[in-house]
Design a protein. Structure first.
Length: 135
């Protein structure tokens, strides 16, 4: 199942990419107790959910694009591939960034949980951006 979330943030793509484009920085992901990143795989310990490992498939700072795949989880997933892409954007709120997050996941039963996690991460990201970039 494909999940796509598009979200406007009133910050520059570079400001956002400094956070989400750093695979070892996961303070914007709710429920992470700890994370280790070896340059290829990041391993999470999640509150109440055990361990999770994601392989960084593609990482392009110039395009502000990252693709990653869950390679270990509890319970195991049949498949998982996600991407984050940042685009400069104008909206009624002014200049900022369109954050495009897409996840293809199976089994379909986990999709609501994945989407909830994506939305929770975006909400926490907004809080961190506001704290690090006061108006």
């Amino acid at each position: 199942m494909s999940i796509e979330v598009k979200h406007f943030l009133p910050y520059s793509p570079a400001t956002i990419w400094a956070i989400v484009g750093s695979p070892g920085r996961v303070d914007w992901v709710p429920g992470v107790e700890s994370c280790e990143f070896d340059g290829e795989v990041r391993r999470f310990k999640m509150e109440g959910a055990g361990g999770l490992a994601e392989r960084i498939v593609s990482h392009d700072d110039a395009q502000m694009f990252m693709e990653y795949s869950v390679v270990e989880s509890t319970p195991p997933l049949q498949s998982h591939l996600a991407s984050i892409k940042l685009n400069a954007s104008d909206s009624d709120a002014g200049q900022g960034t369109e954050f495009i997050w897409r996840t293809d996941v199976a089994p379909v039963e986990v999709a609501p949980f994945i989407k909830k996690g994506m939305l929770g991460s975006l909400a926490l990201l907004e809080q961190i951006l506001a704290a690090e970039n006061p108006a």
